[in-house]
Ligand binder design. Structure first.
Ligand code: CA
Length: 224
C-alpha cells in the first residue's frame, strides 16, 4: 500500500481520483488547495504526489518546488496533472523535478498505469544521500541525524542547514548564501536569523557542533 497525496481543487475529479486510487489499494489523502497540500506534506510525507497545476491559491509549480526544497519530501515522486494548453506550466513543473505528467482529460486507467510505472521506477532506486562529517551522520532518506550513533532531533530547517554544510565541507558559506539556499530566495528573513539557527543547531549537536566554525564578518564553515 502506497500513501498518495492527491492535490486537486476540482471536486469531482479529486473525488474520482481518490476513489480509484483507493480501490487500487493505495492510501489516499486529498488536498483541495496548495496550502492544504503543504500542510499534509509536512504532517505525513506521502510516497507519491499527484499534483494539479492550476490551484486556487499557490500554483502547483510552486508546490512542486517546495516539495523538492523540503528534505523530508525532496525525493517523493510527483506526477503533474495539467489541462491542455498549460504547456508552459507543465514544462516548469518538470523543470522543478516532477517525474511524469498526465494531461486532462485522462482516463483513470491511464492514470493508474502512470502511478504504477512511477512507483516501480522509485522502488528500485538505491538509498542515497548519506552524509558524514566526523561523528555527525545525516541520512536524507530517513530524514535522520545522528551524532556518535545517537539520534538528534532537528527541525526541518535545521536539517536542511546541516545538510548544506555537510554537502560543502571546508567551504565558507556566507550568510547570504545560506539564506538563499536554505531559506529560499523569497524568504523574508534577515542574516540574524541565520545566526540564531546556527546557534540552535550547534547546541543540538553538542560537542560535535564545534565543527561549525564562525568565520568572522563572512559566515560559517564546517571544519573538522
Ligand atoms: Ca485545477
Amino acid at each position: 500500500m502506497t500513501r498518495i497525496l492527491v492535490v486537486e481543487d476540482e471536486q469531482d475529479l479529486g473525488d474520482l481520483l481518490a476513489y480509484n486510487l483507493g480501490a487500487a489499494g493505495h492510501q489516499v489523502q486529498l488536498a483541495r488547495t496548495g496550502a492544504a497540500a503543504l500542510a499534509k506534506l509536512r504532517e505525513d510525507p506521502p510516497q507519491l504526489v499527484l499534483l494539479d497545476l492550476m490551484l486556487p491559491d499557490i500554483s502547483g509549480a510552486e508546490v512542486a518546488r517546495l516539495i523538492r526544497a523540503e528534505p523530508a519530501t525532496a525525493r517523493v515522486p510527483i506526477i503533474i496533472v495539467t489541462a491542455r494548453g498549460e504547456e508552459a506550466d507543465r514544462v516548469r513543473g518538470l523543470e522543478l523535478g516532477a517525474d511524469d505528467y498526465v494531461v486532462k482529460p485522462f482516463s483513470v486507467k491511464e492514470l493508474l498505469l502512470r502511478v504504477k510505472a512511477v512507483l516501480r521506477r522509485f522502488e528500485g532506486a538505491p538509498a542515497t544521500a548519506q552524509l558524514h562529517a566526523g561523528p555527525i551522520e545525516l541520512d536524507d532518506d530517513r530524514h535522520e541525524v545522528k551524532v556518535n550513533g545517537a539520534r538528534v532531533v532537528l527541525t526541518a530547517l535545521e536539517f536542511k542547514l546541516l545538510r548544506t554544510f555537510l554537502e560543502r565541507p571546508g567551504r565558507v558559506q556566507t550568510r547570504e548564501t545560506l539564506l538563499s539556499d536554505v531559506w529560499g530566495i523569497d524568504a523574508e528573513v534577515t542574516t540574524r536569523t541565520v545566526d540564531t539557527h546556527i546557534k540552535r543547531l550547534r547546541e543540538k549537536l553538542g560537542a560535535a557542533g564545534d565543527a561549525l566554525e564562525t568565520i568572522r564578518g563572512v559566515g560559517y564553515k564546517l571544519g573538522g
